[in-house]
Design a binder for this molecule. Sequence first.
Ligand SMILES: C[S@@+](CC[C@H](N)C(=O)[O-])C[C@H]1O[C@@H](n2cnc3c(N)ncnc32)[C@H](O)[C@@H]1O
Length: 262
Amino acid sequence: MTPPAGAEVAALEPPAARRLLELWNDQQSAYVAHRDLRFDAMADVLRLHCPDDLTILDLACGPGAISDRMLAQFPRATAVAVDYDPILLEVARRALHRYTGRVEVHDVDLVADGWEEALAGRRVDAVLTSTALHWLAPEQLLRGYTTAARLLPAGGVLLNADHLRYDESAPTLRDIACRHDAQVQQETFAAGALTYSDWYAEAARHPELAGLAAQRERRFADRPPQAPASLAFHLAALRTAGFAEVGTAWQYLDDYVVFARR
Ligand SMILES: C[S@@+](CC[C@H](N)C(=O)[O-])C[C@H]1O[C@@H](n2cnc3c(N)ncnc32)[C@H](O)[C@@H]1O
């Protein structure tokens, strides 16, 4: 429902935003098998490696899934969450309302020069991101990794959870991973999860969000999906970006949490 032009639109109520975040998590779990385990691996790395008053940069935060989990698990942590989708930004701001004083949400286009200025020079101990950097072209990904490396102090970590498809050297694994994805989607939707586009339809039922749909469409109109990069490409890009140690913190078929330390 789009409000009439000129009408004042109230901010989304935190309970409605929390509900949309839950629906988002269910929806994403259809596309990412064992999504919770990805986040558990990230949390273990933070717990065992970072100070407990760490600052997390949640890159391409969507409605705030990573920040929500990490702020709940690490009561002394703070987070800076950034994204470019106006609908998801509004959901994140309101869903993370319970952490007021420990979280900032910023409107940032990760392919624009100088996006890191949103951090206003603040210290970052860990850069976390999930199901997002595959939107970046290879040169944009390298630039993003280079900026992240510059933001982190020595010892700081980056964790990128994403599907990194097997290449033609592993056709059997590629086929199994592809069929596994299809099976998980079928089962999760059958159990009642919304699809990605159904989630946006649900969000649009809130007048506080409906008016943001056109802006979202404009912003992402010229962003074609990229061919998925290989694990080898990510590891090489992270080394080139200035990380001293790179590897995988977790893997399930073609789904990885890529690790890099400054
Ligand atoms: C599938 S969502 C993942 C959100 C969240 N990290 C999660 O795992 O639930 C991908 C996110 O990447 C964001 N994104 C894509 N391109 C972006 C860009 N250039 N700058 C900032 N965010 C971007 C989208 O807006 C979206 O929120």
